[in-house]
Design a protein around this ligand. Structure first.
Ligand SMILES: Nc1nc2c(ncn2[C@@H]2O[C@H](COP(=O)(O)OP(=O)(O)OP(=O)(O)O)[C@@H](O)[C@H]2O)c(=O)[nH]1
Ligand SMILES: [Mg+2]
Ligand SMILES: [Zn+2]
Length: 332
């Protein structure tokens, strides 16, 4: 196959290189797209030949009982052919995800809801204004970690913050090595640093409360008012949930992809027990040998997890993440 950048520049920008080998023939590539936007059953899919409207075929391809099987923003999908008199193209399949951001679905059952997929990075956005809340930031960071995704913290509204330095200092105990950038979403210069963490073809998702500036950031990078934004009500800083859908945006100069998401009231953490066990396997066994059965693996005396983490080449960050995740799994 010729250089994908020449034959299929859009697919290349969308990060297709991650899947080189899945499809070889040019016809296959013409049937391939990446979900850019989803409004209930309707999808907008970016293909080499432009953005198309697509929908799931009524049929057995996606088991309706398994919501996690349905395509989400970020997914690579295969498309059928366009029927006459029908402007909507059927989605015929979904390529297995290499990563996903999930949360616990609302309701009593412990169910997974996949928000977006095929990510390389999560930008947790939080305001340096009255929105600033350590607990909330910790939960959003944990949401990324529990899905095995690296997180970067963007502290917006640095231009109007009064005690930014004190707030940033207060973050220290919950960061565990996470990079932090104070930013002004209306000033491109402050966004250059964080965006250096994203390589061509890589995809980041913006998560955080409503009104923290997620859509403003995308508009600033794109240089146009693509995503609607709205001033936050001054009296409670709660925002009004301006963005109501998830949307993947291609950044200029082949500098990666960013997905905007609606503000979340609360980060409901999702744990996939198998994945969790795999990532922290060598810490799970020693956990049984801590002196206290309710050991938080933090400052507690005779903690076997901490000892193991310190002895092995693992960083203490990982062990702290582990304790944090475990604590949250219990309290969920
Ligand atoms: N001064 C200042 N204002 C900002 C900054 N970031 C966002 N804003 C303002 O905050 C308001 C809310 O910004 P949005 O971009 O709509 O927030 P959002 O996170 O997308 O909100 P939802 O879509 O509801 O989740 C807008 O009026 C923005 O102009 C910033 O860094 N500095
Ligand atoms: Mg928004
Ligand atoms: Zn312990």
């Amino acid at each position: 196959m010729r250089d994908l950048k020449e034959t299929h520049p859009i697919l290349a920008q969308l990060g297709y290189h991650e899947m080189i080998g899945c499809f070889d023939s040019e016809t296959d590539l013409d049937r391939l797209g990446r979900v850019m936007r989803q409004d209930r059953q309707r999808y907008s899919v970016i293909t080499e030949n432009g953005i198309v409207r697509a929908a799931l075929t009524t049929g057995q391809r996606f088991d309706p009982r398994d919501k996690t099987a349905f395509p989400v923003v970020g997914d690579w999908v295969t498309l059928g052919s366009l029927e006459a008199n029908n402007a909507t193209i059927p989605i015929t399949g979904r390529i297995p995800r290499r990563s996903k951001l999930s949360r616990r679905a609302s309701g009593d059952n412990y169910l997974e809801q996949i928000l977006v997929s095929n990510l390389d990075l999560i930008f947790v956005v939080s305001g340096l204004d009255q929105n600033f809340n350590l607990n909330r930031i910790q939960r959003f960071l944990t949401m990324a970690w529990s899905c095995g995704l690296p997180a970067i913290l963007l502290l917006s509204k640095a231009d109007i913050a009064e005690d930014a330095d004190a707030k940033i200092k207060a973050l220290e105990p919950i960061l565990h090595g996470t990079k932090v950038y104070p930013v002004n979403m209306h000033d491109t210069e402050t966004l250059t640093g964080p965006l250096k963490n994203l390589n061509p073809g890589q995809c980041a998702a913006l998560i955080g409360s409503s009104g923290v500036g997620k859509s403003s950031m995308i508009n600033q990078i794109l240089g146009l008012d693509h995503m609607p934004t709205q001033a936050v009500r001054a009296f409670d800083d709660k925002g009004r949930h301006t963005t109501t859908h998830r949307e993947l945006c291609i950044l200029p100069n082949d500098s990666g992809l960013i997905i905007d998401t609606p503000g979340m009231r609360e980060a409901q953490i999702w744990f996939e027990p198998a994945q969790f066990a795999e990532r922290y396997q060598d810490l799970l066994v020693p956990a049984q040998y801590c002196r206290f059965s309710d050991c938080r693996h933090d400052e507690d005396p005779d903690c076997a997890v901490r000892e193991t983490a310190l002895k092995s080449k693992r960083t203490t960050d990982l062990w702290r993440q582990y304790s944090l995740l475990q604590a949250m799994a219990v309290t969920e």
